[in-house]
Design a protein. Structure first.
Length: 340
């Protein structure tokens, strides 16, 4: 009788421990996390999404599988709209979104079917840091040659409201560079192909994308790097002029600051859709922080010649709030400038 009682007690304890262990199993165990990208493979967004995907899974409790999905079209707008209103907020889908669309939504552009303040920002590992590269056959071998060109210079874009197009609008409308922006490309990789073929004179891309895909062409003399869209010079190309160097009036400087510099701070966030459980947001925020300090991640970053520029989810949320405080007069001017 005593032995039966002991055996029964052991069974009950085992069942209790097993149940407790199952209850304590991490949510992400045996799950697949999807990172969506609004651009084609080979560009900067795709490059960084896949880099993060290769490492963040081992820093999330439960070690889920992490995959990348490209949802192209409308300069990333299709992906962002889908993330906002067509994605289950269960913590299993992350969007690597184009921050340039955030400014467009805040000035009230139609078809931007999301509220930037309601995304749940995880963090960012880098910034846009756009640079402009030209095919030397176009004759544009410096920013001054672009500025003084007798005819409009064709550059690539994605769609109005995208950060690449926004910067191009500043160069054209605010600084007066003779420019024709050809929008409709699916990503910076497609712009690069068009530049190399001579379809475009030149185009923008993030510095990291330039460093991994355009630099050899510049070193060989086939392409010319002429301009950088950053508040501070990028150390590797410190001799290349910045957009702000050509701003002479207070108004010009104001709009370069708003559209180029400030927007750069929230240009490439990773975010969850609205309504994602707060505890899962915090789990992935912590995993993201650990990933950008991870030795294996940093080793691959170094091998790929990429630079880390980490911004926390909280800092991105704060930047969004500051942008939302722009007065109506400034928002109206921005809307006209970026979408006319």
């Amino acid at each position: 009788m005593r032995n039966r009682l002991i055996a029964a007690t052991v069974v009950v304890c085992l069942v209790f421990v097993s149940g407790a262990a199952m209850a304590a199993a991490p949510f992400y165990q045996n799950k697949v996390v999807r990172i969506t990208v609004g651009f084609s493979a080979g560009g900067g967004f795709d490059l960084w999404a896949r880099l993060i995907a290769r490492h963040i899974g081992r820093n999330i409790p439960g070690n889920p599988t992490v995959v990348v999905e490209n949802i192209t079209g409308a300069g990333g707008l299709i992906q962002v709209n889908q993330l906002y209103k067509g994605t289950k907020a269960d913590g299993l889908t992350i969007g690597h979104i184009n921050g340039g669309l955030i400014l467009a939504q805040m000035v009230g552009q139609p078809e931007y079917e999301f509220d930037s303040m309601k995304f749940m920002y995880i963090g960012s590992s880098y910034k846009e840091n756009d640079v402009y590269t030209f095919n030397k056959k176009s004759g544009i071998t410096s920013a001054d040659k672009w500025r003084t060109s007798p005819v409009p210079v064709k550059i690539g874009g994605l769609m109005p409201g995208n950060s690449l197009d926004n910067t191009g609008r500043v160069i054209k409308e605010i600084l007066g560079f003779p420019t024709q922006i050809i929008s409709g490309y699916k990503g910076s990789a497609d712009i690069r192909v068009a530049v190399e073929s001579g379809e475009l004179a030149g185009g923008p891309t993030s510095f990291d994308s330039f460093w991994t895909t355009w630099k050899k062409s510049v070193d060989s003399g086939d392409m010319a790097l002429v301009l950088q869209a950053t508040a501070k010079p990028i150390k590797e190309i410190a001799d290349i002029p910045r957009i702000i160097d050509f701003a002479k009036t207070d108004e010009q400087k104001k709009f370069v600051q708003l559209i180029v510099h400030d927007a750069n701070d929230y240009s490439r966030p990773f975010a969850f859709p609205p309504g994602t459980p707060r505890e899962r947001v915090e789990i992935v925020r912590k995993a993201f922080q650990e990933t950008v300090k991870d030795k294996e991640f940093l080793a691959e970053l170094d091998k790929m010649k990429l630079s880390l520029d980490y911004t926390s989810g909280e800092e991105i949320t704060s930047a969004m709030a500051n942008c939302a405080k722009l007065n109506q007069e400034t928002k109206a001017r921005l809307k006209t400038l970026l979408f006319k």
